[in-house]
Design a binder for this molecule. Structure first.
Ligand code: 16G
Ligand code: ZN
Length: 542
């Protein structure tokens, strides 16, 4: 280790005294000015992780749907997955070390994780459009360089694009070319082939309005435009030239507030969707002729994809094991519809992409979506090989054609992580092939009324949960109280969990009517406030 270099560079990126941060579900997130040292150190950690795995590691500088003033960083593992949990702890240790302890902590990590410091290290870097991102990614570069690592800076990319290029690089091109051009070509080729099939069955031109949250999605859609088939017309709104990132727009805003974003004029029955700030989430919506807003969230996206893939798998005559993975936030109506009508097994896991991804890997075809619009589909290697072979060699025309559609779906889906651009193309292709309007898609099932609230407590970690966060184990008495409250309402369900990204406890409730869902959520909030050390004034009724 270049000890002098380390001293010099860490002095350039000093840690503010007394600041401790934790590598959580979304990596590190904070106000941008507090993050320079974290970026420098995550550059170092990526170099170490690269040496430990013998592969290229990704570093993405973004705070996703958070306000423009925030920023964040997360590491991407060799196959484009989230950083392995055992290294999250090293990330936290390194980020919180005092400047003079850095060398010692690096040596400790190398010992614990058996990192050979003589090996080559290779890191890919990407960043979102935040004003602070460029400088912060320079700090990442300093961290990689100080430990003698090589890097490639992709500059402005969506989070899923960075995951994609990392995966391509480490699979020797099997997943595609590790360039943005390679990404655009792969997706657009698959999409064009799918769309052509729908056009031959008489589908009209498709139109879609996209709210890009004033973020990176707008830039990347513009780059991709030349690759799109002309049959699909997209209009980009909130492209970042006028307004602030994520301000009153984007997938998170639309989902949380259940209303259209600012800056997108929506006529009745027009198809619209929103990306989030780093383009790894998507939700759809429309306004009906009476002016009512209809949100089509991640649960309904998972449902559409499940129906489509199940039909195709039946057509190719393969008994591949398919399942849907959700979190406790999935609307109960979606779970019921998937299990009873689509007849696909549904699993519930803890909040956070890594948990969903991990579970989905257990199946031949694992579809996972969070209600907030983050999700994708994973195909096992064996399933993929079978499908590709059938698409090439199957004698039965109908079966072969179905296998070809599946093959294009495999190529269109970004299997490394949820990807708004890829998901949008998947959805558009399915709607076109099935000849479905947004209204018909929306009508598959009706969401149960629900309410999501936040409660402030002194220490949110006093709440410990089990059963994929659906039951509280501590503080004592809380779950019993929730059970009693839930019993008061019909078709009801409620759970509480400490947020992984904000200093609050989240409360979720469903019931037969909106009034009842609101009342139940409020009563559960009061129970949390009283039993888990509420801060400030007690929660008010909605
Ligand atoms: C992070 C997670 C997201 C989850 C959200 C929950 C990743 C990449 N992102 O944004 O999946 O839905 O946190 O936030 O895992 P919460 O813990 O504050 O409710
Ligand atoms: Zn995001």
């Amino acid at each position: 280790m270049d000890v002098e270099g380390l001293k010099k560079y860490s002095a350039l990126h000093p840690k503010p005294a007394g600041l401790t941060l934790q590598y959580g579900t979304a990596g590190f997130r904070s106000k941008a000015q507090q993050l320079e040292h974290v970026m420098f150190r995550m550059g170092m950690l990526a170099a170490l992780r690269s040496r430990a795995t013998g592969a290229t590691i990704g570093v993405m500088v973004t705070a996703s749907h958070n306000p423009e003033e925030d920023n964040g960083v997360k590491l991407v593992d060799p196959l484009g997955e989230m950083l392995h949990p055992s290294w999250e702890e090293y990330a936290t240790q390194l980020a919180n070390a005092e400047d003079q302890e850095l060398q010692k902590i690096v040596t400790e990590i190398c010992q614990k994780a058996a990192v050979n410091q003589q090996k080559d290290a290779s890191v890919f870097i990407g960043r979102d459009t935040r004003p602070s991102s460029k400088e912060l990614s320079q700090a990442v570069i300093d961290g990689i360089s100080v430990l003698g690592g090589q890097y490639h800076d992709y500059g402005l990319v969506t989070t899923p694009q960075l995951h994609y290029v990392v995966c391509c690089q480490n699979t020797q091109g099997q997943y595609g070319k590790p360039t943005l051009e390679g990404y655009y070509q792969k997706l657009s080729k698959a999409f064009t082939e799918l769309i052509k099939k729908s056009l031959s069955s008489g589908e009209a031109q498709r139109q879609l309005k996209i709210d890009c949250a004033n973020g990176i999605g707008a830039l990347k859609l513009a780059e991709m435009e030349t690759y799109f088939p002309k049959e699909v017309q997209i209009q980009v709104y909130n492209d970042g030239t006028k307004e602030k990132l994520n301000h009153l727009c984007g997938a998170d805003f639309v989902k949380v507030h259940q209303k259209p974003p600012k800056g997108l004029d929506m006529k009745p029955n027009e198809s619209c969707c929103s990306f989030d700030g780093d383009a790894d989430r998507i939700v759809y919506y429309y306004k009906d002729t009476a002016g009512h807003f209809h949100l089509i969230d991640g649960d309904k996206i998972a449902t559409l994809i499940s129906i489509f893939l199940k039909e195709l798998l039946a057509k190719v005559g393969q008994t591949l094991k398919m399942a849907v993975v959700q979190t406790a936030y999935a609307n109960g109506s979606s779970t019921r519809y998937l299990e009873e009508t689509v007849q696909v097994p549904v699993y519930c896991v803890k909040t956070g992409v890594k948990h969903l991804h991990h579970k989905a890997q257990e199946f031949d075809v694992g579809i996972y979506f969070e209600a907030n619009g983050h999700g994708t589909v994973l195909f096992s290697k064996a399933a993929e090989n079978t499908i590709r072979q059938l698409a090439k060699e199957e004698k039965d025309d109908a079966k072969r054609e179905a296998a070809k559609v599946l093959e294009n779906m495999i190529d269109l889906i970004n299997q490394t992580v949820g990807d708004a651009i890829s998901d949008m193309l998947v959805i558009e292709a399915i709607l076109a092939l099935k000849g479905l309007t947004l209204q018909q898609w929306d009508a598959l099932y009706t969401d149960f009324p629900s309410r999501l609230l936040k409660v402030q407590v002194a220490d949110r970690q006093v709440i410990d949960t089990t059963d994929a966060e659906r039951r509280a184990v501590t503080p004592p008495g809380l779950q019993e109280k929730i059970d009693a409250l839930v019993k008061k309402y019909k078709l009801s369900r409620a759970f509480v969990r400490p947020s992984g990204t904000e200093d609050v406890v989240r409360v979720y409730a469903e019931a037969d009517t909106q009034e009842n869902a609101d009342a139940l959520a409020h009563e559960v909030s009061l129970a949390v406030y009283h039993l888990a050390g509420g801060k400030g004034a007690p929660p008010q009724p909605i």
